[in-house]
Design a binder for this molecule. Sequence first.
Ligand SMILES: C[S@@+](CC[C@H](N)C(=O)[O-])C[C@H]1O[C@@H](n2cnc3c(N)ncnc32)[C@H](O)[C@@H]1O
Length: 324
Amino acid sequence: MKRTEATAKPFIKWAGGKGQLLSQLDEHLPQQLDGRPFTYVEPFVGGGAMLFHMLKKHPEIRRAVINDINEYLVTAYRVIKEQPQELIERLSALERQYYASDSEEAKKAFYLGAREIFNEEKLDDIDRAKYLIFLNRTCFNGLYRENAKGKFNVPFGRYLHPTICNAETILADSEALNRANVTILNGDFSETLNYLDENGMNFVYFDPPYRPLNTTSSFNSYVKEEFNDKEQIRLRNFSQELNGRLGVYWMLSNSDCSAKNPEDTFFETIYNDFYIHRVFASRAINANPTKRGKLTELLICNYMPEGYGLYAAEDRTPLNKIKK
Ligand SMILES: C[S@@+](CC[C@H](N)C(=O)[O-])C[C@H]1O[C@@H](n2cnc3c(N)ncnc32)[C@H](O)[C@@H]1O
């Protein structure tokens, strides 16, 4: 395959994308992994900002395993890994057809037609990935959301001139996925358990759907199944099980519910046995720009990252702000 100069990065915009948080996440990686080969596991991969960052910055990764419950997203990862050229050809043809529509109304009609095909037709994997990326570029706010029947239901987005086929990113991602021979799974997060390296070191990064800060503000409908408190506890039980295994380090992101409501100590309670940090995140997914301010998020680890002793449990100053 042709080598590209472009950087591997998310090929799709995904709610909860970690692009803004990468340096903070990297700072909290376990020192125990420094310079040693390890297996990287991401059970809720979404847009893969952390995955592509890790593959680039940590060449000591020996093997990587990613998973998501969203079947179409996983299909897109597989197509990008195995058939990037075919995807580029079909996606750029669709892009040309879209831009051949001269009015906004015609573009909107084209979008709705593509959404209908995506929801109603049986497609091969390349077309499935093609429509997923096309809809992501042209829909409102660039997000993926399903209704109760499991149909993609985001309205048209009215961007000025979005790039629909970013061939360089697709090729760079393909190269990164092949270089680390990434195993791509489609299922529940718990299924990644069977892919850990029992004889070596593992690093697992969990980025589950966030627990809502209140009932109206938060987005977590990536798929029709809800990720409720019962699911958050099931994930805690899973992370606890991993903690009992030799050579498994994990880090988990979630919302900082007690910053919003001091009485809501859900995460402090269920992750009582682990290390809880706060980091600043700027959320861009809120449609209302006035609500896109800086929020803190939780980073929970089963190991003690560097500088942890400087952090007091009741102190809301993020660790990276007081460390230096
Ligand atoms: C917060 S997003 C991940 C964001 C991602 N790290 C990024 O940078 O874009 C959560 C992901 O978890 C997936 N998901 C929801 N329930 C799941 C489950 N039970 N098992 C595995 N994945 C699940 C969703 O489809 C979604 O892609």
